[in-house]
Write a protein that binds this ligand. Structure first.
Ligand SMILES: Nc1ncnc2c1ncn2[C@@H]1O[C@H](COP(=O)(O)OP(=O)(O)O)[C@@H](O)[C@H]1O
Ligand SMILES: [Mg+2]
Length: 148
């Protein structure tokens, strides 16, 4: 996957998520950063619908966490915007989840310093009417993302 690519529409964002979904493994943490309305939830929706079928994927704005049972492991979709304190992450059970679930985390800045070193950061920026995605991850991620 190119480290920097333009995603021109909501549909393209869903498709990008769908393309990313099959490579995800338990223990993966995706830190999705970008301003309000950037497309973090849309990208998560693409990933989740690819793995769970065409279900409704609400934004976990108020619940902070929405979990999905994928059979062999869980997927956690988190929106930490309303996190009051970084230590709340422990109460949510997110530390345990980051070890054996796939975790998609919107507003990861809220738990800065508590993310695992092997997290993949996906940054979404506005680019005209579309969006631009850049990602940052370790060498293992680079290898795994080659085919996306
Ligand atoms: N690549 C894109 N190009 C244009 N619009 C997009 C793109 N991705 C998402 N959107 C739109 O941006 C809006 C906000 O998306 P959302 O995923 O809720 O953002 P966030 O979770 O980052 O706040 C939605 O209306 C969605 O359709
Ligand atoms: Mg969102």
């Amino acid at each position: 996957m190119q480290k920097n690519r333009r995603i021109e529409s909501e549909q393209a964002m869903l498709e990008f998520g769908q393309a990313l979904a099959p490579i995800l493994l338990p223990g993966d943490v995706l830190a999705l950063t970008g301003d309000l309305g950037a497309g973090k939830t849309t990208l998560s929706r693409g990933i989740i619908q690819k793995l769970c079928g065409d279900i409704e994927v609400p934004s976990p704005t108020y619940t902070l966490v929405q979990t999905y049972d994928l059979g062999e492991f869980e997927l956690w979709h988190c929106d930490l915007y309303r996190l009051k304190h970084a230590l709340e992450v422990e109460e949510l059970g997110l530390f345990d989840a980051m070890e054996d679930a796939v975790c998609l985390i919107e507003w990861p800045e809220r738990m800065e310093g508590l993310l695992p070193d092997n997290a993949l950061t996906i940054r979404i920026g506005f680019d005209g009417n579309g969006r631009r995605i850049t990602w940052q991850g370790n060498a293992i991620w680079q290898e795994r993302l080659n085919d996306v």
